[in-house]
Structure formats: C-alpha cells, structure tokens
Design a binder for this molecule. Sequence first.
Ligand SMILES: Cc1cc2nc3c(=O)[nH]c(=O)nc-3n(C[C@H](O)[C@H](O)[C@H](O)COP(=O)(O)O)c2cc1C
Length: 503
Amino acid sequence: MRDDLAIQLGPLRLRNPLVMASGTFGFGLDYRGLVEPDQVGAVVTKGLSLQPWVGHAPPRLVESPCGAINAIGLENPGVDLFVERLLPELVATGATVIANVVGKTQEEYAEVARRLEAAGGVAAVELNISCPNVKEGGVAFAASPVMAASVVRAVRAASRLPVFVKLAPMAADPVEVALACAAAGADGFTVANTYPALSIDVERGQPALTAEVGGLSGPAIRPLSVRLTARIWRATGLPIIGSGGVETARDALEYLMAGARAVAVGTATFYRPTAALEILEGLRDYVARQGLASLETLVGRAVGPPEETAADIEGQAAAYLERTGALLHGHFRLSSGLHSDRYVEKFRLLERPRVAEALVRLLAIACWDLRPEVVVGPATGGILLAYELARQLGVSRAFFTERVGGRMALRRGFSVAAGEAVLLVEDVITTGGSLMETAQAVQAAGGRIVGACSLIDRSGGRFRPPFPYRTLIRLDFETWDQAACPLCWQGVPIAEPGSRRIG
Ligand SMILES: Cc1cc2nc3c(=O)[nH]c(=O)nc-3n(C[C@H](O)[C@H](O)[C@H](O)COP(=O)(O)O)c2cc1C
C-alpha cells in the first residue's frame, strides 16, 4: 500500500484521508469485492446504540435534485451484536474502524463507548449528536453547547477512545457547539451531518418519507458544509472529517483546503460504489502534479490558520482577559483589604454580553455534572453570572445575595426550598469570603450547596471550600497586608477599584 496520501487525524494515523461515511457503507463488509475496507483511510460504521433500534418504516430514502433525503431512523443491531458478530471480521480486514455512536441519553453514549473500547479493535468513536430525523437524543444534543459538551465529557469519562463529534449544521451556532465540545475534551469533529429537509409526494399529497423530515445529503449540501468546515477549523484548530456531497477528488480537495484532514464519502457510494477509490486516484494525481510531499500542506490552505487553539478551558478564558483589557497593573486595595500590584476589572468582561455568555458557557461545561436546581451569586457580578449560568444550564431560578449590615444575605423574597440543590457562582475569588457568606445564607435558608464556581481564582490555592469548586482561571498574584506592601513603602498612590465602599 502506497503511503503518499497518509495523514494524521488527531491521534489517528490514516493511510489516506478517505473515510466511508456512517450509514452509507454498512458495517464495512457489504461492499467487499468493490471497495476493500483497508483501501480507505477509515470505515465509519452505521450508528450504534446500546439496544438494537428498529428505525423508521419505508419509504426511508428519496431522491432530490443533486442529493438524497433519508430518514432511516438509525436502525442498527446494537453495540453488543456489532462487537460479537461484525467487528472481528471488520478488524481482520485491516480496516481502521471508527464506530459511530448514537443514544437517547448521555449515559447511553458513554456505555456504548465503554463497550466498544472493551471489545478492542476500534480506533475512535464518532458521536452522532446530530441526526435530524430521530425525535429523542440525536440532534437535540447538538443544538445546545452545554448538552453537546456533556455528552463528550460522559464519553471521555467512560473510555479512552479518541472522540470525534459529528456536528449538526443547523444548530443555532455550530461553532459554539464545537468550542464547547473542544473544551470538554473532544479530539475532533465531523463537519457535518445532513440538513433537515422535507420532500412531498404530490401524487399522494403526503410527505415522501414516513418520518416526514429527513436529512439532505449529496452535492446539494457541499458548499454549505465546506463553509462550516472552514468556520470550525478556524475556531478550534482541531482535526476535522469533512462530510457532505463529496463525489470527486476536486470535492475532497475543497474540504482539505477548508481545514479538514479527512473527507467522508457517503451518498456517492450509492450510485457509484467505487467512488471512494476513484477519488483516491484523483488525489494521487493531484499530489503528483503539484509535487506535494504530503497532503498535510493542503489543510486549511484556502482559509488560513485557526484563530486560536480552543481545546483548553483556561486558555480560552485567559484569552478573554487579554482581549478585553480586564487585567490592570498598578497599586490596588482589593475589596478584601489586601494590597496588590494587579487587579482584574471583572466588569470589562461582564459588560460585554457576548464575552460573558462565552465565559459562562465554559463555567456551564465545568459544572454540568453538579445538577443544580438554583444558581446563586453574590452581587453584583453574581447577579449577571447566576442569571446567565442558570439560563445555560437550563435551571429555572437564579438569584443573588447582597450585603446587609456588612454580611451577604438573601433579600427581596429570594428563598430556597428545604434540600434544594444550589450552585454558587462568583466572578473573582480573592479570599472567597463573599462566596462563603453566600453559602451560609443559602444553607441557613434550607438550601443544599452542590458546588461553587468562579471565573477567576486569585486565592493562590487557599480557597478550598467544603464542596466541589471549579474555576476557569487561576491567577497567582501576590497580595500583601498594608504593613507589608512594597508599593506602599515606595509611596505609589493606591487605587481602590470595586464597589464595596460605595455600595
Ligand atoms: C442513508 C444514510 C444513512 C446515514 N446514516 C448515518 C448514521 O447512522 N450516522 C451518522 O452520523 N450519519 C449518517 N448519515 C450521514 C452521512 O454519514 C453523511 O454525513 C451525510 O450523508 C453527508 O455526506 P454525503 O453527502 O457524502 O452523503 C447517513 C446518510 C445517509 C444518506
């Protein structure tokens, strides 16, 4: 096997960038004699669920100009039967196997991944959180950054297999979903699944498909998914499998130049079963004609490099500190009374709704497992953060504490039911005093603290509350008592930012 088209896809080394798209190549064995599973870079299996799924009644596939609309309903034999009967034969062919996973809950996704890893022979999982024609699970997960990230995190916790997330092109903002998944530990993405579509049989006066809505695939969607590939590449820099309407080498090259490192062939296989092999030949020709040492040099060529690497939460959050000018240098008296040479003006972050939203998304990802019923923050940053965090976590109530006689207290009729699960959120932790007073006020009212989080922790590791605590950024600035402050000794004028004295 020639190695001229070999490419790195995150942790996977593929013999070439051609991947057989999920659902269009069965379990890799149906096309033997036409396309051998080890001739392509990887075989992506049909979506696998924990239990067998029956799928929708026919008709399930209808032609459409420049494409097809399908609503198979993720029919599959379930992960156990796959592992027992199909996987050994597929692995024996020498194929690189990427298992596509579906589920109705994040626990199901995690369990399927766990069983696949235990079976051995699977190189990675592709999480289908984006199927447009199933009612439960499926696209619902890809619609919300927090939900999508929670699936990734659950799968990550259950298995060590590399995780590729198949994005839904019609999510309100697929880039936000991708960033959330990256922060939750995704290794890469498949961009993208099919587009929700409706075809009507005018003779019968009914939808052409039993399920009514199906997913549009084929050349009709290619420019849309190429654009999305470029957006996800620029925003995350993570490895991408481009998918949608690839029929020729030219199409595959478009995806590579938009930032993909591998390209899936789907619908084309239905009407030209050896399409993948023809595309590979075309790619070899191109590489030879252009005198390229490898395909690597093409990745993202047409759209430029990624804006930033989005894989780590702290890196993403710290980038906002820099960009907004929230980090000030000088001589400051902090609300705790301590002196410092640096001060974080959190309102440079919070005054921008888009920045606050993005930062809180990272908090939501860090706290999804705490499952709060109420979110509470100390005023004033806490008002904004608690509201936005509750909104993103899908929690129905958010409120704040404020100072009464110098101590944080619940006012304005805010109350918690006995045993209600409360998540606390703070903007900046210096000593953690306001947060702990808030915890006491909530507990005195009967609430149960399930955890706390902050945007920034500058306690130098000294804040260790007796409940789970997550922070986005740890800033280890020195602080001094007035008597020990070197800036006071030098006579540097002191500024007193913040609102404690005023409010
Ligand atoms: C009949 C059919 C079944 C599919 N089944 C799945 C599936 O089980 N899981 C999945 O993630 N994508 C599935 N897809 C989506 C494809 O993997 C692919 O992403 C999409 O069809 C776009 O590529 P294409 O235009 O080359 O077909 C299916 C597509 C078709 C046409």
